[in-house]
Structure formats: structure tokens, C-alpha cells
Design a protein around this ligand. Structure first.
Ligand SMILES: [Zn+2]
Length: 307
């Protein structure tokens, strides 16, 4: 092993333990022994030393200072600290989760989960924080950062440039959820929020626009997207444009009939969507039903003809 690699490992461990009075010498001699005498692989040697020092100095696992890393460097089961900006907050799927969403730095983005039991102050979208002693988890290839009761979170004023996942994409997936704020809606002319009975939560009684829109979740088997379909897309899939939607609502004296109709026709269907991706949000510019059985038929016919 090269001398500088050896020193890098020593430094890495030293940075985490120096506050407890551990010396560089102590780490060096342990590392030499493990690497050169016992021929232990590097990662295992590091782990052995860290665990040994923790025991000797009586440091609980959660108390150990963790190295500050970039989001692109995180690996499953690591305890780390990192600085990141809250890009999006999502609706938690379970009461055990206080907050969940997307965090980013200049190297990438990751999901994060704050457990309810951890009792942390609420994070705000657009603000940056130093996360200390968080643990990295991986589920179905997606890394996420878990904030537990041993973690510390501090707001920081430092401006963090976030690497954006952004651009035109095409994706095939199943529409696995359709949100309630879909259908024939009235929105506030000032802020665009959905208005109920003419009242905007922000602006009170306001003038409204009428829009036909669908918000849902598209799952391509690897990840999910928050999908938005505009009137044009909805109309091209279902034949229901804003005119038809109004007619439906009038006939039934009920707007919610439009959402019911869209659910009936679109829920669970495979869609091929083109549009602009921004983090998790996919804003469709065009969409069509995806019919794998027809594609298979086509392939079969082409195969038989030897093309
Ligand atoms: Zn408003």
C-alpha cells in the first residue's frame, strides 16, 4: 500500500476521534498491525479500528463524530454528516414519518426521512441544513438519508448550489395514483392554488380560472414521478377536454364526476409520457397509452416476415 493511502486512512479515522483524545500514533500502529501483519482488507481494518476505539473510549455509536460527505459519495449503512438544501417536501406515507422529501447539494440529490420519534424541528423547503450523524439506507436502488434521535440538524446560512435533475425525458410507466386535486378545478387567479367554494386559502374570495388537470404518480418500475397532465394531454387520452368536462359537471350538477371519470379511464394504465423532468416532477407535454401487447404483436409479425 502506498504511504499516502495509508496516511489518508489514518487521517480519516483521526478526524473522527481527535475530539476524544485519540492520537494519530495510536491509529497508525493499529492500522499497521491489521494491514501488514494480519493482512486484513482495508475496509475491514478501518471498521475494526473504529469499533475498537469506540469501545476503548466508551463512545456510543450515535455520539461518534461522522465525516462530512457530499451526497454523491454516500453509501448504504454509513453514518455520515452532510450539508444540503431541502428541495421538496412530500406527504409522508405513514405516521411514523415526520417529514420526507428530497435534499440536494452540488453533487446530487437524495431522499431523506425524518422519523417522528426523532422529535426534530421541522425542516423548510428552500432552506439549507447541516445534518450530523445520519444513516444512509438503500431501498430498491434508491439511497435515502435517515434522521434518527441521535442525529443533529442545524440550519445554515451558507448558500448551497443544488445539482438539478432537469431536462426532457420520455418514460413508460403505470399511473399508480391519482390525486384528489385533479379533474375540473377552479384555481386562484393570483396564486394558482385550487380554490374551494370561491375561497383561496391564501387570498380569500378571489376571481378564478377553470382548469382541467390531473396530478398523479407514474411508476416505471425503477422510480416514481409526480406526474402532471394538462388539458391537452387529458383530452388526447380520454377525449375529455375542458368543454366535455364542463358538460359532464353540468349534467350531473357535480364537478367531482370529472375526477371519477378520469380515474375510471386512467388509473392503473400504462402511459408513455414525454415531458420536462425537474427532480421528481414530470410535466407532460405529450402522452399516449402504452400497449405492450400490441408491440409484441408487431414484433412477432416482423419476425415472421424475417425483417
Ligand atoms: Zn390565491
Amino acid at each position: 500500500m502506498a504511504e499516502d493511502r495509508f496516511q489518508t486512512i489514518v487521517n480519516e479515522i483521526y478526524e473522527r476521534f481527535k475530539v476524544y483524545g485519540v492520537t494519530r500514533k495510536e491509529i497508525e500502529s493499529r492500522l499497521k498491525l491489521l494491514l501488514f501483519e494480519f493482512k486484513v482488507p482495508e475496509e475491514e481494518a478501518k471498521r475494526t479500528i473504529v469499533n475498537g476505539l469506540r469501545k476503548n473510549y466508551n463512545i456510543a455509536k450515535g455520539d461518534l463524530k461522522t465525516p462530512i460527505v457530499k451526497i454523491s459519495q454516500i453509501e448504504p449503512n454509513q453514518w455520515v454528516s452532510l450539508k444540503g438544501k431541502i428541495i421538496q417536501l412530500w406527504e409522508p406515507s405513514s405516521p411514523t414519518i415526520a417529514q420526507t422529501g428530497l435534499i440536494g447539494d452540488e453533487t446530487g440529490t437524495a431522499r431523506f426521512v425524518v422519523w417522528s420519534k426523532s422529535n426534530k424541528k421541522r425542516l423548510e423547503e428552500g432552506k439549507s441544513y447541516l445534518f450530523e450523524k445520519v444513516v444512509v439506507d438503500e431501498f430498491m436502488g434508491i439511497k435515502s438519508i435517515k434522521v434518527t434521535s441521535v442525529s443533529d440538524i442545524k440550519e445554515i446560512s451558507e448558500e448551497i448550489e443544488v445539482k438539478e435533475e432537469r431536462g426532457e425525458i420520455e418514460v413508460v410507466g403505470a399511473l399508480v395514483a391519482i390525486q384528489q386535486n385533479s379533474g375540473l378545478l377552479q384555481t386562484c387567479k393570483l396564486c394558482g392554488r385550487v380554490v374551494k367554494a370561491g375561497i383561496c386559502v391564501e387570498h380569500g374570495k378571489v376571481e378564478t380560472n377553470e382548469v382541467l388537470r390531473l396530478r398523479g404518480v407514474l411508476d416505471d418500475g425503477e422510480r416514481t414521478y409526480d406526474l402532471t397532465l394538462n388539458e391537452k394531454c387529458i383530452s388526447s387520452l380520454t377525449g375529455i377536454g375542458i368543454k366535455e368536462a364542463r358538460k359532464l359537471a353540468e349534467e350531473h350538477l357535480d364537478r367531482s364526476i370529472v375526477l371519477m371519470e378520469l380515474k375510471k379511464r386512467l388509473f392503473g394504465k400504462y402511459l408513455k409520457v414525454s415531458g420536462e423532468l425537474r427532480f421528481r416532477s414530470l410535466n407532460a407535454s405529450s402522452v399516449e397509452f402504452y400497449r405492450p401487447e400490441i408491440l409484441k404483436e408487431v414484433e412477432k409479425v416482423l419476425g415472421e416476415e424475417g425483417i
